[in-house]
Design a protein around this ligand. Structure first.
Ligand code: UDP
Length: 315
């Protein structure tokens, strides 16, 4: 059924030209919303949203959320922040400003509009976790002065600020903690493990496993993630999170490298070992009981299935 023009929600996606943001914009348009995409193209990419340019319900505004902005909107998804270690460590002060000043501006915008704000936080708030798998109730183990702290502590401070707007101003908020996510529209050069391994294998370059490869991650396919974010935004007002979103199937990085090579038998690449970056978390796996209970959400796409789609995209 067609939604009447005046009944369409105005949804702002900050970071809408990024990897997850661009998929989310598409989904929101499909659901019959008007979408305003904000991006400063620091890591976002015009290519990701090129095909949306002619859609009358889609509007792009080039803007950095570090600066305040005035708009009329009903909902805000905040995904604006460089998210891969390579990108967020390039200009750490900028990353902190994006995380803290950026969310402050989005909260002010939500407050003025009486709008709902969904913030994408991260599994990085758990740091190098001592509890496994990670539940939302775990407070984390973060090095506040390490090279990952600009992102980890920035995201933790954002959660604090959001909770204080909720308590002090009754702002309508939701917090999602996103675990490693992969799929089409990933930036081939952002240094993330899935994009690195797949592009290395395609170029017949050796796959660079950092450390001994025994550290673990859990990989969620993009469609599952977008589905979870949408469900969280549309959930009842009293469920604010934080809620973990990710795929609880856990793999070592070495297993991932072996899987990529096995799935790409034409590649001449081999596995090589490089030093482990500082403060690299040893294990990471979401406990998604809360998302299952409250949102009836859980990932459907297995790693192998998702990797096939990702390999085809990078080809
Ligand atoms: N990693 C790796 N080789 C690469 C890129 C990453 O072994 O070429 C490792 C990295 O050290 C980490 C894991 O893969 O243990 C995931 O890294 P990524 O940068 O994708 O995300 P993170 O979960 O660390 O934020």
């Amino acid at each position: 059924m067609e939604i009447e023009e005046e009944e369409k929600k105005k949804v702002l996606v900050a970071g809408g030209a990024g990897f997850i943001g661009s998929h989310l914009c598409r989904r929101l348009l499909k659901e019959g919303n008007k979408v305003i995409c904000l991006d400063n193209f620091y890591t976002g990419n015009k290519e990701n949203i090129k095909e949306l340019a002619d859609n009358k319900n889609f509007k792009l505004i080039e803007h950095n959320i570090i600066e305040p902005i005035s708009l009329e909107i009903d909902q805000i998804y905040n995904l604006a922040c460089p998210a891969s270690p390579v990108h967020y460590q390039k200009d750490p002060i900028f990353t902190i400003r994006t995380n803290v000043w950026g969310i402050w501006n989005m909260l002010e915008l939500a407050k003025r509009n009486n709008a709902r704000l969904l913030h994408t936080s991260t599994s990085e708030v758990y740091g190098d976790p001592k509890e496994h798998p990670q539940k939302e109730t775990y407070w984390g183990n973060v090095n506040p002065i390490g090279i990952r702290a600009n992102y980890d502590e920035g995201k933790r401070c954002a959660e604090t600020l959001i909770m204080d707007y909720y308590r002090q101003n009754k702002t309508d908020i939701k917090i999602v903690r996103i675990f490693n996510t992969y799929g089409p529209n990933m930036d081939p050069d952002d240094g993330r493990v899935v994009s690195n391994f797949v592009t290395q294998a395609l170029r017949n370059e050796d796959l660079t496993v950092y450390g001994n490869g025994e550290q673990t991650r859990s990989f969620c396919y993009i469609d599952d993630m977008v589905d979870g974010l949408y469900k969280m935004m549309e959930s009842s007002e009293d469920f604010i999170g934080p809620v973990n979103m990710g795929n609880p199937d856990e793999f070592t990085i070495k297993q991932l490298a072996e899987m990529v090579l096995e799935m790409m038998p034409e590649s001449k690449s081999e596995i090589i070992y490089k030093p482990l970056p500082q403060d690299d978390p040893k294990q990471r796996c979401p406990d998604i009981t809360l998302a299952k209970e409250k949102l009836n959400w859980q990932p459907k796409i297995e790693l192998r299935q998702g990797l096939i789609k990702t390999i085809n995209y990078f080809k």
